[in-house]
Design a protein around this ligand. Structure first.
Ligand SMILES: [Zn+2]
Ligand SMILES: [Zn+2]
Length: 271
């Protein structure tokens, strides 16, 4: 039998076996932990109920910081905050509202250290990468870094995992990850209760581009990746650091965005 036919038969056998296993042992949704028999899908996907329950950010936004406007606003424009204080990281775009399933999944991923959520959440972020940014306009993706002490406690950087899966979904060859081109050099205090000015001060000069990466950063169009955008102050400080090091432009993409005071308090209280 020719080798090409043998290879094709082996390929089909593996596919059949995978589908049979899928039916016998249905994948478990990493978000709600329920099982659902769905041939062809793996546990790398959220179940249909969880996907339905996600709230994507749609409608008019601030052109720079990505803050969603109310239903009364029909057009994108700059918000008052961006008019008063132009952002270094712009534009910032987020895929989902930080609510319900998305909020629970991110919290279990980060604080419950459940890394099985990285592939499905990373894929959703990858869709955001394709929707909001022209791949031809991106030279480099950089995840927002954690300080080494936080990294030792958590054992992983959620933004790095999300960025990896998002880049893989969007076509990794087209978008190189550069890690660790940005380093967090001091521990920042909890931002809960701080006003916008104090939050900016809190993260001021908390990041650094190591000297060996400075040449690679120069002239590059960079996208920063983070899990949640709360005030945008962390993304903005990362962008300021990268622009000072010679980056041509820095924009931001996050999986979720807080929308109201309650959401912000929840994030700021536990980050
Ligand atoms: Zn589910
Ligand atoms: Zn704005």
């Amino acid at each position: 039998m020719p080798a090409s036919i043998r290879a094709t038969m082996a390929q089909y056998s593996i596919k059949w076996l995978a589908e049979l296993l899928n039916l016998a042992f249905p994948p478990r949704c990493p978000a709600c932990l329920s099982t659902w028999p769905h041939p062809g899908l793996s546990a790398d996907f959220l179940c249909p109920d969880c996907l339905d329950a996600l709230n994507p950010i749609v409608g008019s936004l601030c052109l720079d910081c990505g803050r969603p406007f109310g239903p009364g606003e029909q057009y994108d424009h700059l918000c008052g905050d961006c008019l008063v204080t132009p952002k270094k990281c712009r534009p910032i775009r987020s895929v989902l509202k930080y609510q319900g399933v998305a909020r629970e999944a991110i919290n279990r991923f980060k604080y419950g250290q459940d890394v099985s959520l990285a592939p499905p959440l990373g894929r959703i972020l990858g869709i955001g990468l394709l929707v909001h940014f022209g791949m031809a306009e991106i030279d480099m993706i950089i995840p927002v870094p954690l300080h080494i002490t936080r990294l030792r406690t958590r054992q992983f950087n959620q933004s790095y995992l999300l960025a990896g899966y998002a880049a893989g979904y969007a076509g990794r060859k087209a978008v190189p990850l550069l890690w660790p081109a940005l380093k967090k050099i001091r521990v920042t205090s909890n931002q809960a209760g701080l006003d916008a000015y104090a939050r900016r001060r809190n993260v001021r000069e908390a990041f650094l581009v190591p000297e060996k990466f400075q040449r690679q950063i120069r002239g590059k169009r960079i996208i920063l990746i983070d899990d949640v955008c709360t005030t945008g102050s962390t993304l903005d400080e990362c962008a300021r650091t990268l622009l000072t090091a010679g980056a041509a432009s820095v924009s931001g993409l996050t999986l979720c965005r807080t929308l109201d005071r309650d959401d912000r308090s929840a994030v700021l209280g536990i980050s």
